[in-house]
Design a protein. Structure first.
Length: 500
């Protein structure tokens, strides 16, 4: 019997009423294993209404109440991390270790939310004028929404909702329809932790559900992670409807390798950063820029390591890389490799013909490595979102920096070198929001914020960290003046001496 994933509204399962369902596929077999209910406008409205009703009390709840519930949620999440990872593997396809890593990174933001009291402390200035004090405080927004991608179905929602609800907001999540089960399990665990009904809601669906959230007058803010075209659309549409928006888009992350670098360490980093999670992550290294004469040696070291990666079903403990999320996506990724030679690249490894015995209908693709890729090639210009690594060659650091900074994307970047001065120059001169020095995927820890520059971010706030707290709250400044108690009305003596 095919599993059905329904909505979560007002603290309980809400069966889909629209009559429209989407298929959820096991990427390793190509088999449709699940149907997910797609929300109608009325169902989205019901979720927002539940969140709005819950906000009346949740927005006034104490910090102690919120953090106590989040601590319980954290314990439940830790206890069920294997179960959640299995749900991710079954619908996304990533290997179990990658899925566990995703849950662990989400837990970091839950940790941050558990300590939200420190983040929400206000400021006070006394005696700015005679008997005048000024205080700055932060207050929640109300109902906020999150629209999240398929590649991290547990982690990215946890980049959003723990901070949002810790700050006193209520939340409506629209996860990817390609792998929806993890989000519903998170909702169940939140409920088990004691989160009041309606504080966290999940609606599934497609563009109809998204557009309703962007237009709904009771949704005060929207968080999004996905491709650049959709991020731009989310930002434009939600902003036009008067909402606060943080929309994180796509990437083309470069790894600069200088001639003095440890090439073995650089090759290890390039392979893990390019092919981990099958390249389906916005912080994947998809372009290595080799400076000087090291290119041939570096490419050979990358090739040697890449050829040893074991590809197979995500639930096989020996697999190091799983399939891609859908057949359509698999074919799109393969097209970049198929056309690379005609655009001037040298195809060192071609993984487009790869398959797994006994799982021939799975969405399989092998490792691809392209060398001497011109900047005009589509494989370099586009975010491929698959296990394809481009290597570009430059003669100098300045040429490499100009190449990187000419990219319309500015999400993450890395430099591999033994020279501290070179690394310092790079981290100051490169136009990207996250920089790694001998670290290939510089995703910040939870108490620093994640976000890029240029076409990788639309809106003013990065996600989680201090930016996340500021995004989910709004500042208020209170200026007060109280008369001195010695100036009490005639006939009232409070016992205070006149001292002003």
């Amino acid at each position: 019997m095919t599993k059905i994933v329904n909505h979560w509204i007002g603290g309980k399962t809400a069966e889909g009423a629209s009559g429209t369902y989407g298929p959820v596929t096991d990427p390793a077999t190509g088999e449709v294993t699940t149907k997910v209910a797609f929300a109608s406008v009325e169902e989205v409205d019901a979720a927002v209404a539940a969140a709005k009703e819950a906000y009346l009390s949740w927005g006034q709840s104490s910090l102690a109440t919120r953090t106590t519930i989040l601590f319980r949620f954290r314990a439940l999440l830790d206890a069920h991390r294997d179960e959640i990872a299995e749900l991710i593997t079954a619908e996304h396809g990533k290997v179990h270790s990658d899925a566990l890593g995703e849950v662990a990174r989400g837990l970091e933001i839950v940790d941050l939310a558990c300590g939200i009291s420190v983040q929400l402390k206000g400021e006070l200035s006394t005696q700015v004028a005679s008997r005048v004090d000024v205080a700055s405080i932060r207050q929640p927004l109300g109902v906020v929404a999150g629209i999240t991608p398929f590649n991290f179905p547990a982690m990215v929602p946890m980049w959003m909702f723990p901070l949002a609800i810790a700050c006193g907001n209520t939340f409506v999540l629209k996860p990817s329809e390609k792998d929806p089960s993890a989000s519903v399990r998170l909702a169940e665990l939140l409920s088990e932790a004691g989160l009041p009904d309606g504080v966290f809601n999940v609606v599934h669906g497609d563009k109809l559900a998204v557009d309703r959230l962007l237009a709904h007058p009771d949704v005060k803010a929207v968080s999004f992670v996905g491709s650049t075209p959709i991020a731009r659309y989310i930002h434009t549409t939600a902003s036009a409807n008067g909402k606060r928006v943080q929309a994180l888009g796509g990437a083309k992350n470069h790894m600069l390798v200088l001639p003095d670098a440890d090439l073995d360490a650089a090759a290890d980093a390039a392979v893990s950063a390019a092919y981990g999670s099958a390249g389906e992550r916005c912080m994947a290294i998809s372009a290595v820029v080799a400076v000087g004469a090291i290119g041939d040696t570096l490419v050979e070291k990358i090739r040697e390591r890449a050829e040893k990666i074991k590809i197979g079903p995500g639930n096989d403990p020996t697999s190091e890389m799983g399939p891609l999320i859908t057949k359509v996506h698999r074919d799109k990724v393969a097209s970049y490799v198929a056309g690379a030679a005609d655009e001037g690249a040298e195809v060192v490894l071609d993984g487009t013909g790869y398959t797994v015995g006994g799982h021939e209908n799975g969405h399989w693709i092998g490792i691809s490595l392209l060398d001497k890729v011109p900047v005009t090639a589509k494989a370099y210009q586009d975010e491929i979102f698959g296990p394809v690594l481009c290597v570009l060659r430059t003669e100098t650091y300045e040429e490499a920096l100009d190449l990187i900074n000419s990219s319309p994307f500015g999400n993450g970047t890395a430099i591999f070198t033994r020279d501290g001065g070179a690394a310092r120059r790079f981290q100051l001169e490169v136009e990207a929001g996250m920089v790694g020095v001998n670290v290939p995927i510089p995703v910040p820890v939870g108490y620093h914020s994640f976000g890029g520059w240029k076409d990788s971010l639309f809106g003013d706030h990065h996600i989680y960290g201090n930016d996340g707290t500021h995004f989910y709250t709004r500042g208020k400044v209170v200026t007060t003046r109280w008369p001195d108690p010695a100036d009490a009305p005639t006939g009232v003596d409070l016992g205070f001496p006149r001292n002003h």
